[in-house]
Design a protein around this ligand. Sequence first.
Ligand SMILES: [Zn+2]
Length: 298
Amino acid sequence: MNCASRWMMAWLISVASSLAGAADTQAAMHLALATRPQKTQPADPSAEAGPVASPAEQLLRALLVDRMSVDQERQLGARIVGNLLGVAPLLDDAALQRYVNLVGRWVAAQGERPELEWRFGVIDSEDVNAFAAPGGYVLITKGLYRRLKNEAELAGVLGHEIGHVARRHHVKLLQRSHMLATLGGAVVKEVPDEHERMQNIVGRGAEIAARALDKAAEYEADRIGMILAARAGYDAYGLPMVLREIGHLSEKDDRVALLFKTHPHPDTRLDHLAEAVDTRLDALDEGALLEQRFVRLK
Ligand SMILES: [Zn+2]
């Protein structure tokens, strides 16, 4: 199995097991960041009549009514990340991981959801890619990290992923898939057995999550990435520089296969960014590249 399909499998498995509530979240702890004590969930009035719902059922219900708490979002994200780390663990380089967290948190602090416990990590994969999971998790592969030339480029890449989390792109995708299934009545009415019903929902969620986010979500994340990097004091063109670099790679290159499959081509993304930005950044002071401070891979 090549790298791209391994990732695809990991993503599928992670979404499936997240929804099933069966994944081991321990791996997520390898992000080595302090977890706050669990907050108690606010009481859900609709849950009072029936028997106590399992966490997976609560999650599905929250998805369905679009009332996912920050805690539920974080739990879902932790399970997804736990599975991804099972395929490609974090690089064993504490200084690098600390650095990426410092940059990522500074960029995230400029955004719409500073309240999330943002966690960033560099993972041991030669693929050129970055991932985000609900609740504030962002991973970048060493294959992509190696191509970065300065801190502004790192800020732009992390900013794109922060944009996905802040605008809840993955949550919304799952929500739509579940909503469709429910509206179709296939899941709820036709399958009386609770376990089978859950498996059905899980399968549907995984199926849809394996597809790319819609293009509009990707362009939005690009715009957010650029804006957040600029607000954080970096050269706003870090992300476009990375896109230009990646755009030169062949589509046949295994290392970018998944990225090209799940995102519009970098050249198209650049066109959209140029259109959105227009002359709007002209008034900005020149941001920092911070090439000297950039921590390189060992
Ligand atoms: Zn993206």
